[in-house]
Each structure stands twice: as structure tokens, then as C-alpha cells.
Design a protein around this ligand. Sequence first.
Ligand code: HEC
Ligand code: HEC
Length: 390
Amino acid sequence: MHGPKPTTPLDQPHKQPCKMAMVWDLPLRLFHWLMVCVVTVAAITGYLSSEWWLSLHVLAGYALGYLLAFRMTWGFLGSYYSRFSSFPLRLRDVANHLFSVLRARPETHAGHNPVGAWMIVGLLTLMILLVVTGLIVLGGQENLGPFAAIISFKVGDFFEDIHEALAGALIGAICIHLLGVFVEVKFFRHPILKAMISGQKPVPENGSGKGRVGLIRGAILFFAVAGSLTFAGTKLGALPSERWRPSAFSSVYSSECGDCHVPYHPSLRLAANWQVLMAGLADHYGEDASLEEEPRLQIERYLSANDASRFDTEVAHRIGRIETKSNRMTDTPYWKKHHRKFDAEIFARQGVGSKVNCDGCHRDAAPGRFDDANILIPNEAKTNRDKTKG
Ligand code: HEC
Ligand code: HEC
């Protein structure tokens, strides 16, 4: 093959690039580097941190979702080389390219080379699946986000494994991508890393100017896409749902069961367990908490009618529906797992008093939500509010 003729299609390989020209438009480069930052944050908060960091992980996920939605539309409305239609994806292109690499005389492509183009398709697909499964887990397990109303806890739980498997696959794919860039730059001296910064690449004569698209068009498109997604997601998330509902405690319940410790949300036990507890108030964990018959029955009815089986939340599934010999939530394996790091000193701090005062750290314990974003451990080591005698 000789030097490029003016008639050579742009996505065809060329051996003697004529001049440097703009290939990667500014919106595409911004997308690329913002995505690198956001994926890094998502990976660190996903792998290395406890659920505490979930809010940051979710934020990174939303940001990635917006970026990907932009990239998908830019694949049709962006400049020539950003458009998917310019990707050399045919199997024959891939074979030719690999063959040229094996002969150590790799073809030069103005846009992506065929292997690189497939890599981009794979990376974009994996990231889209990660965002979607992440939203399913967030909606199902945490009752948050656009799918909060329509995805059940069970489905969310199931998708957590898929989300994690996809994360592993993405990290693998990123490693291959980096290896590819390294080989191109080091061995074949294709300045593709610089090109993703300056946008400039060697292109055939007729290819110049094809990558020049203004930032304004990109910005307008980005905000249009992000705005529509936010609108649709908010509408979807606000659909009426029976999974979790705000419910005020009955007043007898708060007054009779809120003296020694916080009144627990009824979704923290099953009706049968509440009934056992209400039948044994005379010896209630070493205290006499007995009540008159009328308020006792009223409370039992209230707790049974709003028990763990009526809420599709993480805490109702993992703590409320789990039976323990002692009939304590704090003896469930899930509770123990999440609180094993804390010693008596932390539970005794001002504002907590005891491990049974969930609202000392969970600011949304009363409505039965226990969202990760609402955990706040008081950090003063004072122990003056000893609410619980037990
Ligand atoms: C006289 C004080 C008192 C009253 C009134 C009282 N409790 Fe308790 N309750 C306790 C003590 C003490 C414990 C054990 C606390 C500990 O282990 O630190 C406890 C523990 C519990 C637990 C188990 C907490 C865990 O560890 O998982 C539940 C559930 C519970 N109470 C429900 C109720 C309900 C429902 C009422 C109202 C009918 C009520 N309590 C009224 C003193 C009281
Ligand atoms: C001393 C503060 C403190 C007290 C008291 C406390 N928690 Fe927690 N809880 C935490 C912290 C911190 C975490 C997050 C730890 C983690 O995820 O590893 C947590 C995690 C949880 C989670 C998991 C949340 C999620 O989505 O991952 C649940 C459910 C929970 N607590 C329920 C309770 C209940 C019920 C009580 C009362 C019986 C309680 N906690 C008392 C501090 C506390």
C-alpha cells in the first residue's frame, strides 16, 4: 500500500500520514478523562471501603451514567472520528490489523484501529451494564434511586453478584486497554496517548478538519441528556410503592416502649416474635416492663400490623425477618457483622448509651430506613447519658 490518495476512506489504514490534524474532538477528550476519574473513584469506594462510602460510590455511578449517556449520543452526533459509524469493526479489518502487528509493521489509523475500536465497544458496554446493575442494586437493597419503587429487595440482592462480576471484568478490560496503549506508544511509536490530550493525530490529507467540533455543541448535548435522564429517573423513583412507607409510631407505643431505649421500628421483628416479646414483658431482658392489658394489646396489634413482612427493605430482610433465640435484633448475624468493630466504649458514648439505641448512630432509625448515608457515630467519649440500665 502506498501513500493515501484523496479517495481513501478515512477509516482505512494508511502508511504515510501526511499531517497532524484534529482527530479527537474536545468533548470526546473531556469525556475520556472525566470517565477515568469517575471510574477510579467508583472502583476505590466499591472495593476498598465499607458500605459507609456508598454515597460517594453512588455519586460516581450517577456521574458515569451521565457521561456514558453523553458518549452514546455523541457516537451519532459527534465529530467524524467520535461517531460509531466510523469505527472499523469488520472482522476482516481486525484480522488485517492483527496480521500487520504480527509483522511488526502495524497499520496507522486516523481514528481507532480495529482492535482498539472493539476495545472501546467492550469498555462502553461493560460500563453501561455496571451503571444499570448498580442502579438495580441501589433500588432493590437500599430503596434509593430511580428503581427504588419497582425493584424488589430479592432482585436487587441477586444483581449485587452480577454487579461485582462486571466490575471484575471491567478492571480486566481496562488492564488490556492500558497494555494496548503501552504497546502502541512504546513499540510502534504511535503517539496515541498524546492524541487523547491534544486531540492531534497524523491523518491522511483528506482527513483533516474532521475532528473539529466545538465544545458548545458537546455541552448542550451533555446537559440535554443529563437533564432528561434526571427527569425520567426522578419520576420513576417517585412512583407509589409498597416497599417502604413512612409511618408514624402509635402514641401508646412511643410512650410505653420508648422509656428505657428507643421505640424500635416495627419492621425490625416479625409479628410472631413481637407477640412472644409482648407476652413476656414481666421479665424483659432483666427488667419489669409489664403493661396493662389494653395498651399491651394495642401495641401488639400495631407492631404485628407493621412487622418485617410488610416492608421490603434491607433491614427488614436481614434483621427483621431473622429469628434469634434471644429474640434480639442485635443477635442476628447481619447486625453482628456490621457492628463488630465497635466496642463497649463507642456504644457508651454520649448520644448513644447502649447498642440497643440504634438512633444514637442511625439518624433515620425511627422511620426504619437505616440508610448508609445517615450513619453518624458521636465522637465524644463522654458517657453521661446512660439511657439504658441493662
Ligand atoms: C423498663 C425499661 C424497658 C421498657 C419499658 C421496655 N424495654 Fe425493651 N429492653 C429493655 C432492656 C434493658 C433491654 C436490653 C438492653 C441491652 O441489652 O442493652 C431491652 C431490649 C429490648 C429489645 C431487644 C434489643 C436487642 O438487643 O436487639 C427489644 C426488641 C425490646 N426491648 C422491645 C421493647 C418493647 C416493644 C417495649 C414496649 C412494650 C419495650 N422494649 C419496653 C428495657 C425496657
Ligand atoms: C455506635 C453506633 C451504632 C449503633 C448504636 C447502631 N449502629 Fe447500626 N451501624 C453503625 C455503623 C457505623 C454501621 C456501618 C458499618 C458497616 O457498614 O460496616 C452500621 C450498619 C448498620 C446496618 C447496615 C446498613 C447497611 O445498609 O449496610 C444496619 C441494618 C444497622 N446498622 C442496624 C442497626 C440497628 C437495628 C441498631 C440498633 C439495635 C443499630 N444498628 C445500632 C453504627 C451503629
